[in-house]
Each structure stands twice: as structure tokens, then as C-alpha cells.
Design a protein around this ligand. Structure first.
Ligand SMILES: [Zn+2]
Length: 509
């Protein structure tokens, strides 16, 4: 049984179901998944399933199962996949794709019985399309791969200091000015002088959202506020704090900018509300991510308007002003049926308890766990385990796999799940994305899907070969030979090499 993530329960049986000119029937509610399954078999194995009355393969609706659950029963005579919804059936099909074997000139499924359902309800991947822009085609391919790993959320980081990647009809300067930068910094500190830009049009985004829906993923858009906003400030400098007398440009380098949106200016609130209306018109997701990370407060401290807001709203300080700012948009979006997520930098005693935090920051785990134990909903994206942009030396496969989202948590129901982000400062191509993401995403998927008591690293590694052969078929440039746990010295040396030259590891692949 070489399935990743490992199913909840399985039982090997005798025999196999040989596929040839095989009959197929499915419940109408599962038609979407049935077509994905049929297309896969036709393309990958040259097998055409024909619809018939007494078929060997059946996709059945079963209301006794939970929403994401599926049950699979394969004997030498038949294959029955049962699910309550198309979503559950799709997870069953992703398992079937991994079970499919070839031998003696024939494709077959080994006889098996599987009952499977995810451990966490939130299983996410994040892609930063700002630091380097990736277009619709690349995003749609990653959506399919995320779905294949049984993830259900695709977080799209759309805005940052280095670019604004969402088409705004109301604020065209966000694209005319905010979507391009004059160059990109290199590891030696110089700039390449090559203009970099791009954004997703609303038409692109509608297509992306529809594609994600077919694969049962929700796209969560992120508009990072109030920090990481130099692209917005370059387009609309009137949103800068009072006393900042300089021209802000779309940044060409990484890191943290001290120029952030003024939280005392009513124009900031007005523009962002209009922009968020454009966002929610495109994205049906129940969640909207508002960033909230790395927002230095020096400008707010020296700004008459920000200080006035602090007094008028009876706030303790600038940190409380950020909580007030986030709460404002949280309430605004709540009226439209949305729930806000922010990075855990935004965690503050004043923060609306309905706002979800995404934990990432090293050294803050205790605070996050305390918040979860007091009732706050949390998504775990632990930097040291789940940030896929860091080198495999620093974050080996085994380390990602070992991540325990529930460590120290007294109220596990408040940990919604796990998300693995890919920031793209040093990731400029599709093949580099693949190299950073796979197979670590498979490890993250098992953390999110598989019951914690069933997790076992050696066993996981023993199941990887089958996954690798599927990656190859799908044209995924996964990182090879990363299964061994490297010693701490090797990890340090490899990480140091990467800091000097991010491609040193990639080129060896
Ligand atoms: Zn201000």
C-alpha cells in the first residue's frame, strides 16, 4: 500500500482487478470526479471506460459518510468507491491513481479495502506570486498538484512591497504603477536591472477559481495590510503617514519596509473597502487573508493622524491601532459573510476573537498555543518546519514530516489545520518551485491528513517511490534523494552555502 497521505484504515485483500474495456457507472452527484477519473485513465493508461448497466467500477453516493470521507472496496470482480459528496470521491480517485499498477501488459488495481478521512479540516498550500510573478497556467498546474495531495485550500499571496498582482478596475494605478518594479535584487546585493511585473486579470482569476472548484480547493486571496504595501503606496502616495516626505517605489529588494499604510487616514479605509469589494466579487472563499505581518510602527508614531486615531478610539498604543485596523476590515468583511485570517504577528489582546491567526513566527509558539487554548482558531504554518522556500538542508523532509501541530494544545478543535507556504524571493521558475515544494508538500500533506498516531517517517519514505514515479509522469521536477536525515553539521554547512548562492542546491538536483 503505497498511498500518500496514508489512509486512516486499510486492509489488503487477495487478487486484483484487471482493467481492459471496463464498464463504469456513477451517481450523477459524482459526475465531476467521474470525469477526472475517466480522463486520467484514458490519458495515462490508454483505458476507455464505458458506461453500462452492470459495470465493474461504481462510484456511489453514501450519506452515512462524512463530507470529506471516502470508502474504497476493490476485489477481482469490482471496484466500489463510496462518498457523500464529489469532494470525498475525488480524494478516493487520488488514492486510486496511486494504487494503479502495471504488469504483464495490463493495468490493474490490487484488491484492497480502505476507509479514509482527513484528520484536519484545513490543509493548505500558499504561493507568493509577488516576489516573482507566476501566471494562470502555472497556478492551475499547482492547484491540481495540491489537490492530488488531498489539500483543500490554496492561499494566493497577491500583494506585497514588490508588486500588486490583482487587477483592480476601481484603482487602475495599482496595476499601472504597482504591478511592476524596475529590477530585482541579487544575492550579492546588486540589482539585475531587468524590469519585473505582471498581474492576474479578473478573467484569469475567474478561470483559476473555477479550476480550483473542480479540484475542490478554495482559493484564499491575501491582501497584505498594513505593512508590505509599498506597491500600493507607490501608486497612491497620499496613503502614507504625515511627515513621510519621500517617494515610495515598488521595492526591488526583499525584507521589511518601514513605510506602511497610514491607519489614521480615512482615505486608507475607503480605498481598502472598495478594493475588498472587488476581491470578494472574484473569490467565493469564506476566508480572506489580510496579512498583518511585519508592520514597523515608526511612521505611525510620528504621524499626527495616526496619533489622533489612537486618542479618539481610546487605544493603548500603535500595536492596538493595528488590531483596531484589522478589526475594522474584519467587521466589514463579516457583513459579506467572510472570515479574516492574519499572520500571527497580528495577534493582540484587542484582536476580534473571530479572526483566525496563521502561526509562522519562530519563537512565538507558546503565545499561539495560549491563544488556541483560550479559544482562538489557528492555522499552523510553522516557519522551521513548513516554509518550503528554505533549502532542503535547513528544512529536511524528515523535519517537515515530524511537525506536530497539536504539541502543547489543550483544545485541539481550535487548530484548524496546517499550511505550507512558498515565498518566492529566490524562486523564479516553475522547475524551482517544484524543487522547493516536492516532496516536502507530501510530508506536509501527511501531517495534515493522516491521524497523528499513524505517522511513521520510515514508513512514509517506503511509500515515496510510487509518488516519485507519478511526479515524473506529471513533469514535476521534485527534489531527489532528500529522504535521509542529515547531521546538524551538514545542515548548517548546506544552509550557509544556500544563503550565498540560492541555486547551489538546485543545480545539483
Ligand atoms: Zn499615519
Amino acid at each position: 500500500m503505497k498511498v500518500i497521505p496514508l489512509p486512516l484504515y486499510h486492509e489488503k485483500r487477495e487478487g486484483k482487478l484487471v482493467l481492459a474495456d471496463t464498464g463504469f457507472s456513477y451517481s450523477e452527484e459524482l459526475a465531476n470526479t467521474a470525469s477526472i477519473f475517466r480522463d486520467y485513465l484514458r490519458k495515462e493508461a490508454g483505458i476507455s471506460l464505458r458506461e453500462e448497466k452492470f459495470p465493474k467500477i461504481n462510484f456511489l453516493l453514501d450519506f452515512n459518510l462524512r463530507p470529506e470521507e471516502y470508502r474504497l472496496e476493490i476485489s477481482e470482480h469490482s471496484l466500489n468507491l463510496s462518498a457523500r459528496s464529489d469532494r470525498g470521491a475525488l480524494y478516493g480517485v487520488h488514492t486510486l491513481i496511486q494504487l494503479l499498477e502495471y504488469g504483464d501488459g495490463k493495468h490493474y488495481f490490487p484488491a484492497i479495502y480502505i476507509e479514509d478521512a482527513p484528520h484536519f479540516s484545513y490543509r493548505g498550500f500558499m504561493l507568493d506570486i509577488v516576489r516573482h510573478f507566476f501566471d494562470k497556467r502555472e497556478i492551475m498546474h499547482l492547484i491540481e498538484l495540491a489537490s492530488f495531495h488531498k489539500l483543500n485550500y490554496f492561499h494566493l499571496h497577491l500583494t506585497d512591497d514588490q508588486g500588486f498582482r490583482f487587477e483592480s478596475e476601481k484603482f487602475p494605478r495599482l496595476n499601472e504603477i504597482g504591478s511592476r518594479r524596475r529590477g530585482t535584487i541579487l544575492k550579492d546585493g546588486t540589482e539585475d536591472g531587468i524590469p519585473h511585473g505582471g498581474y492576474l486579470t479578473k478573467e484569469d482569476l475567474r478561470e483559476i477559481v473555477a479550476h480550483a472548484k473542480k479540484f475542490h480547493l478554495e482559493i484564499i486571496p491575501e491582501i497584505d495590510l498594513p505593512g508590505h504595501t509599498n506597491a500600493i503606496l507607490a501608486a497612491y502616495p497620499e496613503l502614507l503617514c504625515e511627515g513621510v516626505n519621500k517617494k515610495v517605489e515598488v521595492r526591488t529588494s526583499w525584507g521589511i519596509s518601514k513605510d506602511i499604510l497610514c491607519a489614521g487616514n480615512e482615505k486608507t479605509y475607503a480605498l481598502l473597502e472598495e478594493l475588498l469589494l472587488e476581491i470578494i466579487e472574484i473569490f467565493p472563499s469564506r476566508y480572506i487573508h489580510l496579512g498583518g505581518d511585519e508592520a514597523p510602527k515608526a511612521n505611525w508614531k510620528n504621524c499626527h493622524r495616526c496619533q489622533e486615531k489612537i486618542v479618539n478610539e481610546n487605544l493603548a498604543d500603535e500595536e492596538a491601532l493595528q488590531a483596531h485596523f484589522t478589526n475594522h476590515f474584519g467587521k466589514f468583511l463579516e457583513k459579506h459573510g467572510k472570515t479574516v485570517i492574519v499572520w500571527n504577528d497580528g495577534l493582540h489582546p484587542d484582536l476580534d476573537p473571530k479572526i483566525i491567526i496563521e502561526h509562522w513566527k519562530p519563537g512565538t509558539r507558546k503565545r499561539t498555543v495560549k491563544a488556541a487554548n483560550s479559544g482562538r482558531k489557528v492555522i499552523m504554518s510553522d516557519f522551521l518546519h513548513l516554509y518550503l522556500d528554505y533549502p532542503h538542508w535547513m528544512t529536511p523532509l524528515a523535519k517537515t514530516y515530524a511537525f506536530d501541530p497539536l504539541k502543547g494544545v489543550e483544545k485541539p478543535e481550535n487548530i484548524l489545520g496546517v499550511e505550507a507556504p512558498l515565498w518566492t524571493e529566490w524562486v523564479a521558475s516553475r522547475s524551482k518551485i517544484d524543487f522547493q515544494v516536492f516532496p516536502r508538500l507530501a510530508a506536509a500533506a501527511e501531517v495534515a491528513w493522516t491521524a497523528p498516531e499513524l505517522k511513521d517517517y520510515e514508513n512514509f519514505v517506503s511509500r515515496l517511490q510510487k509518488l516519485y514515479s507519478l511526479y515524473e509522469k506529471m513533469g514535476v521536477n521534485y527534489a531527489r534523494n532528500k529522504e535521509k536525515k542529515p547531521s546538524i553539521l551538514k545542515r548548517l554547512a548546506g544552509t550557509r552555502r544556500w544563503w550565498k548562492d540560492e541555486d547551489s542546491e538546485f543545480r545539483k538536483n
